[in-house]
Ligand binder design. Structure first.
Ligand code: FAQ
Length: 310
């Protein structure tokens, strides 16, 4: 069997492609693109919530938030490692992030002016991430699929801690309930954009689904998220900011309004409210961390030299 036929048979049998297996160059490039964008999203995603670490309202909330933000860094590490199995260097991927050559999720270009934003990110952003990412645990590329299993377990915990925090606001004062509603108003539509453009405009979906990297279309997952989230909004006593949102008994799903795709395109292009700030902060942190990377390399060299001498 030739290499292409073997690859096709593995995909058709729903088995996994592993790093040493032959794979079409476009399959490799698609995975590098998606996994790198995903990794970048995790580490840029530390910033909006990280902004509240010094202002969390209690020691308990601060400890929970610190753990969550550290988890996002860990997800970045698993994902950069998964990308490296495809033959790219992490430093190159970071360079591409810093120079705008690779994307990260639009969602992290929105500000977090109030404490309720932290809970709403847990509820909606981690909630959307779970809906999008659980199918990736069955992705055809082994290292990505395995990384996603642990990531999804942690995202699921994040989603619940976000919801629990919002329940406390729901049961609080009128001001706290108003803060919760404001945050929902700001994050609802950007959360729906996380799933990517509508199917008709999704340039990568058909090929990624044929390769079983993606299992469902962008619109399918977006609908699943709306159906899961609308009843949760009722429990929280908030109104999702969409007058067209209503249960459709014939479809067995919620109908919802039109997403502002112009806004999505602007944020992808770098013109969202916080794009410049996010990249500036990231490149500064990278420069400030240079001595840590140098120390780690020097330590590894010393260990190798000692092992060779022994
Ligand atoms: N933002 O053809 P498609 C998280 C781009 S992690 C920016 O449909 P595809 C955890 C897309 O790259 C969140 N760009 O693309 C957390 C493509 O451009 P390209 C990240 C977007 O890949 C929680 C073009 O549009 N999750 O939340 C976006 O088949 C809380 C055409 O689109 C992942 O990365 C967007 N929203 O489907 C952290 C999951 N959507 O590259 C902290 C893995 C699309 O051709 C706090 N990724 N684009 O130049 C995926 O599932 C897919 O890549 C999609 C996009 C579904 C995001």
């Amino acid at each position: 069997m030739d290499q292409q036929a073997h690859f096709d048979a593995v995909i058709a049998a729903d088995e996994r492609i592993e790093p040493r297996d032959w794979m079409p160059e476009k399959y490799r490039a698609t995975l590098i693109r998606q996994i790198a964008q995903h990794a970048h999203s995790e580490i840029i995603g530390m910033q909006p919530e990280g902004a509240w670490l010094t202002r969390a309202p209690s020691l308990r909330r601060k400890a929970i938030l610190l753990a969550k933000v550290q988890d996002e860094a860990g997800h970045g590490l698993y994902l950069y490692s998964a990308a490296e199995t495809l033959g790219v260097e992490r430093s190159d991927l970071l360079h591409r992030l810093h120079t705008g050559a690779q994307k990260y999720s639009t969602i992290f270009n929105y500000p977090t002016p109030e404490w309720a934003d932290v809970g709403v990110i847990g509820w909606l952003v981690d909630g959307a991430a779970i809906v999008n990412q659980v199918p990736l645990c069955r992705c055809s590329y082994g290292p990505y699929a395995r990384a996603m299993i642990r990531i999804c377990k942690e995202e699921s915990f994040h989603q619940r801690q976000g919801f629990e925090m919002l329940l406390a606001l729901r049961d609080g004062t009128d001001d706290q309930r108003a803060m919760l509603q404001n945050a929902v108003n700001r994050w609802w539509w950007p959360s729906l954009m996380m799933f990517g453009p509508p199917d008709a405009a999704s340039t990568n979906s058909a090929q990624s689904m044929a390769w079983r990297i993606k299992r469902h279309s962008n619109d399918e997952l977006r609908q699943r998220f709306v159906d899961m989230t609308a009843p949760q909004a009722d429990v929280l006593g908030v109104k999702l900011p969409d007058d067209k949102l209503r249960w459709n008994p014939e479809r067995g799903s919620y109908d919802f309004g039109e997403i502002d795709w112009d806004e999505f395109a602007r944020v992808v292009k770098g013109e969202g409210p916080c794009n410049a700030e996010r990249i500036e902060r990231r490149t500064a942190a990278h420069a400030e961390g240079a001595w840590v990377r140098e120390a780690a390399v020097a330590y590894a060299a010393k260990q190798h030299a000692q092992a060779d001498a022994a």
